[in-house]
Structures are given as C-alpha cells and as structure tokens.
Design a protein around this ligand. Structure first.
Ligand SMILES: C[S@@+](CC[C@H](N)C(=O)[O-])C[C@H]1O[C@@H](n2cnc3c(N)ncnc32)[C@H](O)[C@@H]1O
Length: 292
C-alpha cells in the first residue's frame, strides 16, 4: 500500500527503536532465556524496515532465515535495502496480514510494536500461532502505555505538571473500547496466549532506562534528545482548538482536554537538550511455546 501511514515513518522507526532495549539484554533473551541454539526460520509480523531482524539475526545460529511481512511497500523496500549487503538469508513480503494466510513452517514468529495497531489482536495472535511448527515459539514485544507514561522523570518539574496520569490512563482504556486498538496490549499478551493454548509463557519488561544527561558526551546526548523528540515527547501540540476537539471526540471532557493541551504545551516549552531527563519505555516481551 503506497499511501500507507507507516511508509512515511521510516525516520521515526529508525530513530526510536533503540530507546527500548540494550543490545546485551536482547542477547541475554536469545541465548539465556529462549536458548536458541540451532538454526531457525523466523517470521516478523508488521516488520517495518526490519528492526527486529537487524537485532536478532546476528544473535541466531548461522543458517537461520528471516521473513518480514508488512503492509507498507516503502518499508519493505527499505528493509530489503537494509539487508542487501548482509550474508543472512532474508525475504520480505508486502501484504495486509489481516487478509493473508500462512503455512505452519516457522520455528519462531515475532512482532514488535505491531499488535497495538490492529483492531483484533487476539485473532492476529491466533494467526501468528498458526505459522509455527510444533514446538515453535511466539515472541511479542508490545507496549504498555499506562506504565510507560508514568516512567518519565524531568528534573525540576513534577511529572503531574506535564503528564495527566489518571486522565491518560483512562483515555487509553476508552480508546481501546472504541477502536479495538490497544496501547496496553503488551501487559495482556500473556493472558491471551494462555487462552489460545500456548505453553511455557514468560513475560519480561524492556530493560532500557534512557538518561538525558547535560554532563555527558554531547553527540550521544544530541542523538538521545532527537530520538525522544521523534518519539513524541515534548512535541508541539499544535493548534489548540483542533487538539481539544480531537480529545473530546476520544471521550475527554472539555476541562480534561484543555488541561492536556496546557500540559503538552508546557512540556514542549521546557523540554530541550539541556535538561536532565530519565525515561523507561516499559515494553512487555512475552514468549511462549506451541505444543500440538
Ligand atoms: C509501529 S510500526 C512497527 C514496525 C516494526 N515492527 C518496528 O518495531 O520497527 C507498526 C507496523 O505494523 C504495520 N502494519 C500495521 N497493520 C498491518 C497489517 N494489517 N498488515 C501488515 N502490516 C501492518 C505497519 O505498516 C508498521 O510498519
């Protein structure tokens, strides 16, 4: 799909994934938790530009293969470019996962920040399970917005001045009721997988806490500041009336929407690369095994 929203988000995806995990933690998961010791066939649902492939393939035994599926043709073209020079065996498919069917031919099915964008996450989990050979493993890296919004510390300011915690937590819940899309899907995946018959379910929290430190290396801090901005933190809320009416449409009261505008405007004014800030994304990483 050439006009697909995520086609124009390659820069955002490339700049923000590293905010979630340290490389040594991913290595720990692959080698010590999931204990992947022989070559595997992996498929990545909603692969984007292939972020998970770039991180996981080098950790998997030689001979492993990676198939990425995404509806965005530009993302898939970019993914093919990313892997063009690599020695790994990769394959990229443009398609709408909602309409696709898959054979039981993979040892591992993964997704990263994908389930929160579909209206029917449990059905998609069922489809993911359906790709796996007996004994195969499903691995989902998904967010838990309720906890991640409570995980910013900006030196000198109370968090409640720039994040309406109770309000946002309610808003995310009502968004899910209205649209089916769930920014808290990460914390629910273990439950859904158990209900779908998956065994040996294990859930972890992403390990990375980002520290914007004006006393540290300027280049590294500029990169972190730019990634946090790209992730939406401290963004200019834009036109007040449209911002407020959008929130009211999502179920906020006028007062809540006005307060949210004020909080986001305030944050956009005080957030710059000279502040001390810590932030943990709190992604949830759930894995389980299929026994047929
Ligand atoms: C937040 S992005 C994550 C991309 C990638 N997994 C990453 O973390 O960098 C969500 C991705 O899901 C894809 N997507 C959403 N709905 C889809 C669908 N029905 N079929 C295939 N891909 C879909 C989007 O095109 C987008 O690339």
């Amino acid at each position: 799909m050439s006009n697909h929203y995520w086609n124009s988000k390659i820069e955002y995806l490339s700049k923000t994934r590293w905010l979630y995990y340290n490389d040594d933690y991913l290595e720990f998961l692959v080698k010590s938790v999931w204990k992947i010791t022989s070559p595997v066939r992996i498929i990545d649902f909603g692969c984007g530009y292939g972020y998970l492939g770039t991180k996981l393939l080098p950790l998997f035994p030689e001979g492993s293969t990676y198939t990425g599926v995404d509806i965005g043709n530009k993302l898939i073209e970019h993914a093919a470019d990313v892997f063009r020079e690599s020695t790994f065996h990769t394959e990229f498919i443009v398609g709408n996962i909602q309409d696709m069917s898959f054979e039981k031919e993979y040892n591992i099915v993964v997704c990263h920040a994908f389930l929160l964008h579909v209206e029917n996450p449990k059905e998609i989990l069922q489809k993911m399970i359906g790709c796996l050979v007996d004994g195969g493993r499903i691995i989902c890296f998904e967010p838990h917005w309720i906890s991640s919004m409570a995980n910013y510390f900006l030196d000198g300011v109370n968090a409640s001045e720039f994040v309406q915690l109770g309000f946002l937590q309610k808003l995310f819940e009502s968004d899910k009721e209205r649209s089916g899309k769930d920014g808290n899907i990460g914390i629910k995946v273990p439950v859904y997988l158990s209900q779908l018959g998956v065994k040996e379910i294990d859930c972890r929290v992403s390990d990375r806490v980002n520290f914007l430190d004006p006393n540290a290396d300027v280049l590294k801090m500029d990169a972190l500041y730019s990634s946090l901005k790209e992730d939406g933190f401290g963004a200019d809320p834009g036109d007040e009336d449209s911002f407020i009416s959008n929130l009211i449409q999502r179920g906020a009261t006028y007062e809540e929407a006005t307060n949210e505008y004020k909080a986001e405007l305030f944050l956009s004014e005080i957030f710059n690369s000279d502040v001390f800030l810590t932030y943990a994304a709190n992604m949830k990483i759930t894995s389980g095994v299929i026994e047929r």
